[in-house]
Design a protein around this ligand. Structure first.
Ligand SMILES: Nc1nc2c(ncn2[C@@H]2O[C@H](COP(=O)(O)OP(=O)(O)O)[C@@H](O)[C@H]2O)c(=O)[nH]1
Ligand SMILES: [Mg+2]
Length: 172
């Protein structure tokens, strides 16, 4: 079976954008008008799981899924994770909630898919010292080093680098 990677992150962080950057026109997307503008002002939001296929530089193929954030899609997240080899967690580390969010998600992932690798993506511009401090605190909470990489999700090259890093840290 083709390895599966699942993207997580709060609404509006850039999961859909990241999958489009990686997979271009092949993406099956599920964006619909956003009726929850209280949660985020953007015009569309994702229901269901987006899906795209990525071919890495070593010709390995990856299936990339975007996880829907809404609570009611918990069943879908579990299904997505059931055969995931890796997860990308997108956060804006300028937000005070980013560390507890990433810490909780990493703990859940360690519990649900203990064999899978996780890379955290800092998906909005942030000062380097803040990035260093975030990485250190996340590692302290997780009890292990979790790679944290700054990316612009709109840039395909940067998203490919993130996937290559994830593949590099996969357990054998
Ligand atoms: N200004 C700015 N916008 C960004 C940046 N990264 C992503 N975005 C925008 O943030 C939005 C993310 O929306 P979307 O991909 O639908 O988020 P999702 O809810 O996680 O799927 C898009 O409009 C992106 O173009 C950034 O670094 N700066
Ligand atoms: Mg989306």
């Amino acid at each position: 079976m083709t390895p599966r990677v699942v993207l997580f992150g709060p609404m509006g962080i850039g999961k859909t954008t990241a999958i489009r950057a990686l997979c271009g026109d092949t993406v099956v997307d599920c964006d619909v008008p956003n009726l929850d503008v209280g949660a985020h002002h953007k015009a569309t939001t994702t229901v269901g799981a987006e899906f795209g296929i990525v071919c890495l530089s070593n010709h390995e193929e990856l299936h990339v899924y975007g996880s829907p954030g809404q609570e009611r899609f918990g069943f879908l997240r579990q299904w997505l994770l059931s055969s995931a080899v890796g997860t990308l967690v997108l956060v804006d580390i300028n937000q005070p909630g980013a560390l507890p969010y990433a810490t909780e998600l990493v703990a859940q992932l360690q519990r649900l898919v203990p064999g899978a690798a996780t890379v955290v993506l800092s998906a909005r511009p942030a000062p380097q010292p803040m990035l260093t401090s975030f990485s250190r605190q996340l590692a302290d909470h997780a009890g292990m080093a979790i790679p944290v990489l700054a990316v612009d999700v709109r840039e395909p090259d940067q998203m490919f680098n993130a996937l290559e890093l994830l593949v590099a840290v996969l357990p054998d």
